[in-house]
Design a binder for this molecule. Structure first.
Ligand code: F0G
Length: 360
């Protein structure tokens, strides 16, 4: 490819609204707020062996490669563009960390205020730092995500501030584009799609994206959707809200998902499942993916943890294609990574010592 150095194209000319404009509710009057999100890598894994042996192809859709390090950017480019179009001068959300980072970034880019309500003590360090540095006003509450979402919804009901949690339909519109990218790259819909489930907006968005392509005849099938909650925060699996959700995967530490009913629709219409994975299964998957060169945050690894278990249990037919969404970047949660990564002691700065330490 040659470098032409023609007129530089603005950022909004390569984000997902630009690419999927005819499938999104935008008009010429919509100011496009973009950081060049979307078009993330779809990587075919080398393993696991139990999949390879049976011709099952496992792909990771690495959405941690979005500008703020998570899939939330897909929804936020739409939500903030539409909020601005509607005249909003401030946005707000509750968050386990990634929504807040995305909201802060897109609000800064749009030049509007951003207010974030967080569960104190349960947001990974990288996410808090991002959110603060990108200029959002943070309110930490002595409560969990479910409390934060209830409060922020009440706050937005009684003020002109736009709510940008995934109960905002424009968030779902942006996030559905992940299905478009996958079908475009694979040439058809995969047979299975696994993803982590927290507040259940993303499972709703995935299903909406696949369904739109199927309904207009672009694709001839839809995947079975496999949703995975953390065992200590698995209200949909249990069939009732969890008052005190607990999991190492803080991004999905949610006891009463706002889009619960849409998650059930995605599961049932697709003949899929929503199951739980333990923190141990999540950490094993997290480390396996890292050795595939894919550093994601713990919550993201829930997708692969559950998918791998289903492969082992013989529930995925030979020759299937299975995509796992890796929702957030590993650097978001340096605390969990650091506990598993042992740094060796320093050695003298001599060739002899380096060779010995390197074990060559
Ligand atoms: N993975 C990551 C990394 C997340 O941050 C989230 C949600 C999910 C999965 C689950 O997606 O809620 O649409 O089912 N994070 C939200 C937040 C709750 O505030 O950042 P979901």
């Amino acid at each position: 490819m040659t470098l032409t150095l023609e007129k530089p194209s603005p950022l909004h000319a390569r984000g997902l609204i630009h690419r999927w404009r005819d499938r999104l509710p935008v008009t010429d009057a919509t100011p496009i707020i973009s950081l060049g999100e979307g078009d993330t890598p779809l990587v075919e894994l080398r393993g696991p062996p139990e999949a390879r042996e049976r011709g099952i192809k496992v792909y990771a859709k690495y959405d941690g490669a979005n500008p703020t390090g998570s899939f939330k950017d897909r929804g936020m480019t739409m939500a903030v563009s539409k909020a601005l179009e509607g005249g909003a001068t401030a946005i707000a959300c509750a968050s386990t960390g990634n929504t807040s980072a995305a909201a802060a970034a897109y609000a800064s880019r749009a030049g509007v205020e951003c207010i974030i309500v967080l569960p104190a003590g349960y947001v990974a360090a990288g996410k808090i730092a991002q959110t603060i540095l990108m200029g959002a006003k943070i309110v930490q509450i002595e409560g969990n995500f479910d409390d934060a979402l209830r409060l922020v919804r009440e706050m937005c009901d009684s003020s002109p501030v736009a709510l940008v949690n995934s109960v905002n339909p424009y968030r779902i519109e942006g996030q559905k584009t992940i299905a478009f990218e996958i079908c475009d790259e694979l040439g058809s819909a995969p047979e299975y799609h696994a993803l982590p489930v927290g507040n259940a907006g993303n499972i709703t968005a995935h299903w909406q994206g696949y369904t739109e392509l199927f309904n207009d005849g672009t694709t001839s099938s839809r995947p079975k959707i496999l949703g995975f909650q953390a065992a200590g925060a698995a209200p949909i699996v249990l069939g009732h809200a969890v008052e005190k959700p607990e999991t190492i995967a803080t991004a999905i530490r949610i006891g009463n998902p706002a889009s619960w009913c849409y998650a059930l629709i995605a599961r049932d219409e697709s003949n899929g499942v929503i199951e739980s994975v333990t923190d141990n299964e999540i950490l094993t998957a997290y480390q396996f993916l890292a050795r595939e060169g894919l550093f994601c945050e713990p919550a993201s690894a829930a997708s692969f943890a559950g998918a791998r278990r289903m492969i082992r249990e013989g529930k995925i037919p030979d020759g299937s294609r299975l995509v796992c969404t890796l929702t957030g970047h590993g650097l978001k949660d340096p605390g969990t990574a650091g506990k598993l990564a042992n740094l060796p002691d320093a050695v003298p700065a001599t060739l002899e010592a380096v060779i010995k330490a390197a074990g060559i």
